[in-house]
Design a protein around this ligand. Structure first.
Ligand code: PLP
Length: 390
C-alpha cells in the first residue's frame, strides 16, 4: 500500500546528507567539544561551523546562537529566562492565544496575559496594544502557526510594542516558519527566535534560540557554563552538525521547494473542497467569485488545514491511516487528545466544527503521489463516517 505521509509539521524526514554529516560524530570524532585535545577541538570546530551556518540563516551573529535540546526548550528558555531576568522592566509576559504549548504553558505559569486572534487566525493588534504597559518584559508571538499555517508580520507587532511597551523584548517561535520563510528577514525585529531541527530535515532533539547580543536571559539549565553560560550541558555535537547541514540545505532549496509544495498543497486542498461538502478551510480568504481561487497567501506553503462538518477527527484519522494517509487532527501535541484545538477555539470555531479538524502538512519530500493517495482515500472516508452518524 502506498503511504502518503502528510504530517511534516509534526516531523519531517532527515535529508540523506544530514544523516551522512552526523555519522562521523557518533563513530570517529566522539570527543566532548569542550575538551582541550585534538579530537575535542575537531568536534568544537564542527559545532562552530554549524553555528555560523545557522546564524546566517537566521540573520544573527554566531555568538547569538544558543543550541539546546528542542524547540520546546528554546521557547521555555525565552519565556522563563526573560521573565526571571531583573535587568529589564517588570516581569509580565504576554503571548498570543494560538501559541504552541511550549510558549503558552510557561506564560500561563508566569501568570501572563494572552491576546486573541480573529476568525482568519490573524493576531488582534488592538488587543495586543491593550495588553501592553510598562510592566511587560516579553511579548511572544509565533511567525507561522503550527495548526493553520498562518504567518504574522513581526514588524506590525514591533510597531505596537514600540508605542505601548518600548522596553519589552520580542520573542518569536519560528519553528514552523523556517522550512518556508526567510526567517532572517521576517524575524529581524525579534530579540529572541526559536527554531527546531526536526522540522526542516535535521534530527530530533536539537533546537536553538537566537539571543541578540544586547539581551540578558536567566539560564534555565545551569551546569558547566556551556553555550556562553546560557545553557548548561554537554552539547549534542552530532545533532548540532545535523542541524547546521539541514539549515544549509533548507535555505539553498527553499525557493524551489516552496513553489513546488505550494502547487501540491493547492491541488490537495482544492481537490478535497471539490469532492466533499461541508468543509471549512482555516486561515484562508474565501474565493470572491466563481472561478476565483481561494486565497491562501496568508499561509505557509505546506499547510492544508480543514474542518469537516459532522465527523470526529479521530475516526477520520483511523480510516485515513487504513488507506495509507498519515496526518494529524490538530498539532502533533494535541492530536490524539480529547480536547478540541485551542487554536480553533481562539479563532471562534464552534466545538462541533473543530472536532472534525484535519491537519495535512506537506514537506520538502512530498510528491504528486501523496496528493493522489489523499484525494483517493479521504473523500470516501468522510462520506462513510457521515453515513454512519446519520
Ligand atoms: N513550536 C512550534 C510552533 C511547534 O510546532 C513545535 C513542535 O511541534 C514546537 C515549538 C516544539 O518543538 P520540539 O518538537 O522541537 O520540541
Amino acid at each position: 500500500m502506498a503511504i502518503a505521509y502528510l504530517d511534516h509539521a509534526a516531523s519531517t524526514p532527515m535529508h540523506p546528507e544530514v544523516v551522512e554529516a552526523m555519522g562521523e560524530f557518533f563513530d570517529g570524532c566522539y570527543a566532548n567539544p569542550t575538551g582541550a585535545h585534538r579530537m575535542a577541538r575537531e568536534a568544537r570546530r564542527a559545532s562552530d561551523d554549524a553555528r555560523d551556518i545557522l546564524a546566517e540563516a537566521l540573520g544573527a551573529r554566531p555568538g547569538e546562537i544558543v543550541f539546546c535540546g528542542s524547540g520546546t526548550e528554546a521557547d521555555n528558555l525565552a519565556a522563563f529566562g526573560a521573565a526571571a531576568d531583573s535587568g529589564g522592566p517588570g516581569g509580565t509576559v504576554v503571548c498570543s492565544a494560538v501559541e504552541h504549548p511550549a510558549v503558552l504553558r510557561p506564560v500561563e505559569q508566569l501568570g501572563g496575559r494572552v491576546v486573541g486572534v480573529d476568525g482568519a487566525g490573524m493576531l488582534d493588534l488592538e488587543a495586543l496594544a491593550a495588553a501592553l504597559d510598562g510592566d511587560v518584559r516579553l511579548v511572544s508571538v509565533m511567525l507561522a502557526n503550527n495548526e493553520n499555517g498562518v504567518v504574522w508580520s513581526l514588524e506590525e507587532v514591533a510597531e505596537v510594542m514600540a508605542r505601548h511597551a518600548p522596553g519589552a523584548l520580542l520573542h518569536t517561535d519560528a519553528v514552523q516558519a523556517f522550512p518556508w520563510l526567510d526567517v532572517a528577514t521576517r524575524a529581524a525585529p525579534a530579540d529572541l527566535i526559536s527554531v527546531s531541527a526536526h522540522k526542516f530535515g535535521g534530527p530530533k532533539g536539537v533546537g536553538a534560540l537566537v539571543v541578540r547580543e544586547c539581551v540578558r536571559l536567566q539560564p534555565q539549565i545551569v551546569g558547566g557554563g556551556q553555550e556562553a553560560e546560557r545553557r548548561g550541558g554537554t552539547p549534542n555535537v552530532a545533532g548540532i552538525v545535523g542541524m547546521g547541514r539541514a539549515a544549509e540545505i533548507t535555505v539553498s532549496r527553499r525557493a524551489e521547494t516552496v513553489e513546488r509544495v505550494r502547487r501540491l498543497r493547492d491541488r490537495l486542498a482544492d481537490g478535497l473542497r471539490a469532492a466533499v461538502d461541508g468543509v471549512t478551510e482555516s486561515g484562508v480568504r474565501p474565493a470572491s467569485g466563481a472561478g476565483v481561487p481561494v486565497d491562501r497567501s496568508a499561509k505557509v506553503a505546506g499547510s492544508c488545514h480543514l474542518c469537516f462538518e459532522g465527523i470526529e477527527s479521530e475516526a477520520l484519522l483511523f480510516l485515513a491511516e487504513r488507506g495509507g494517509v498519515y496526518a494529524s487532527a490538530a498539532s502533533s501535541c494535541a492530536s490524539g487528545a480529547e480536547h478540541p484545538s485551542h487554536v480553533l477555539a481562539a479563532m471562534g470555531y464552534p466545538r462541533s466544527l473543530a472536532q472534525g479538524s484535519l491537519r495535512l502538512s506537506l514537506g520538502a519530500a512530498s510528491s504528486e503521489a501523496d496528493v493522489a493517495t489523499a484525494l483517493a482515500v479521504l473523500p470516501p472516508a468522510v462520506t462513510q463516517l457521515r453515513r454512519a452518524a446519520a
